[in-house]
Design a protein around this ligand. Structure first.
Ligand SMILES: Cc1cc2nc3c(=O)[nH]c(=O)nc-3n(C[C@H](O)[C@H](O)[C@H](O)COP(=O)(O)O)c2cc1C
Length: 292
């Protein structure tokens, strides 16, 4: 399944882009409206994009009463709602408000925004509170900034997560070369784009081995080959993030490239390469097929 990465596609402004996906993930919503951080909030670097949006969103009530119904009527694909907050209770209340809605396919629990200052409760505590509030599928979105992301993955699995979304941005700084002042008003921001790919591959592979849960892999996907590599590391689904800002045709392009990339390595379907990066015997079979 091909998704967008949260915060990287405004489906109401560009529904034709969203409709190319198999599911749409909303921008993270918080209990109360947030204006986000002061501008500048985006910086281009030679190594990727830095953003410090700070979870700007209309807040839970307006999202559920206005934005979500508009998304449902504009799109004909499942909608995943990304939720954020600053305590386990914040997250649980949002899950309770969403619970039972047939227009929400899954909840992505954003446990990893690098652009807000408030400390959140522990990832496992938040997931446990969400689990108690809803039976909707819960995907825990983790940061790769932990020393051992697989340990966090195990903890959220034990707390009741149904899946994992990996990875969020990593904190970085860009300086104005003339003044040596940070470009972003906030100082630091989240790095996204191609430079994240090796980090994402590691996180997906380690968390796949640690939990076996379905994983939405993301981080630096530009091409179908990138998507195939995430699947080989253990991603069941792939999400497109920063690439959507530069290429609105990316969903259709990546989908076509992914099918071709699978055939090029000797498997019929991309999903047939699932977990290959951890299965030497499978790699061998496939290599023989590719050579045949
Ligand atoms: C401008 C921007 C806004 C983002 N907003 C969110 C967000 O609201 N919630 C979230 O979980 N991730 C957010 N992300 C992170 C992405 O969902 C994704 O995890 C990250 O960008 C890595 O994927 P990429 O390298 O393909 O962009 C945002 C990323 C960008 C670039």
């Amino acid at each position: 399944m091909l998704l967008n990465a949260s915060g990287c596609l405004d489906a109401l402004t560009a529904p034709e882009v969203a409709r190319q996906l198999d599911g749409f993930v909303t921008k993270t919503i918080t209990p109360l409206p947030r204006e986000g951080n002061a501008p500048p909030r985006i910086a281009e670097t030679a190594h990727g994009m830095l953003n410090a949006i700070g979870l700007a969103n209309p807040g839970r009530e307006r999202f559920l009463s206005q934005t979500l119904p508009r998304l449902v009527s504009a799109l004909d694909i499942p909608i995943w709602v990304s939720i954020g907050g600053f305590s386990a209770a914040d997250y649980a209340e949002t899950c309770a408000a969403i619970h039972g809605r047939d227009d929400v396919a899954a909840v992505e629990v954003n446990l990893s925004c690098p652009n807000v200052d408030e400390a959140a409760d522990s990832a496992a505590e938040i997931v446990a509170a969400c689990r108690a509030a809803t039976t909707l599928p819960l995907y825990a979105k983790l940061s790769a900034a932990h020393a051992d992301v697989a340990e966090v993955a195990r903890a959220v699995t034990a707390a009741g997560a149904d899946g994992l979304s990996l990875i969020n941005t990593l904190r970085g700084v860009a300086l104005d070369p003339r003044t040596l002042a940070p470009v972003l008003a906030r100082g630091s921001g989240g790095l996204s784009g191609p430079s994240l790919k090796p980090v994402a591959l590691h996180a997906v592979r380690a968390c796949h081995a640690a939990t076996g849960l379905p994983i939405v892999g993301m981080g630096g996907v530009q091409t179908g080959q990138d998507a195939l590599e995430l699947i080989a590391c253990g991603a069941r689904h792939v999400a497109l993030g920063t690439v959507l800002f530069a290429d609105p045709d990316a969903p259709a392009r990546v989908r076509a490239e992914l099918a071709a990339a699978a055939v090029a390595v000797g498997v019929a379907e991309p999903d047939d390469a699932y977990g290959f990066a951890s299965k030497p015997e499978k790699r061998l079979d496939r290599g023989q097929k590719a050579l045949a």
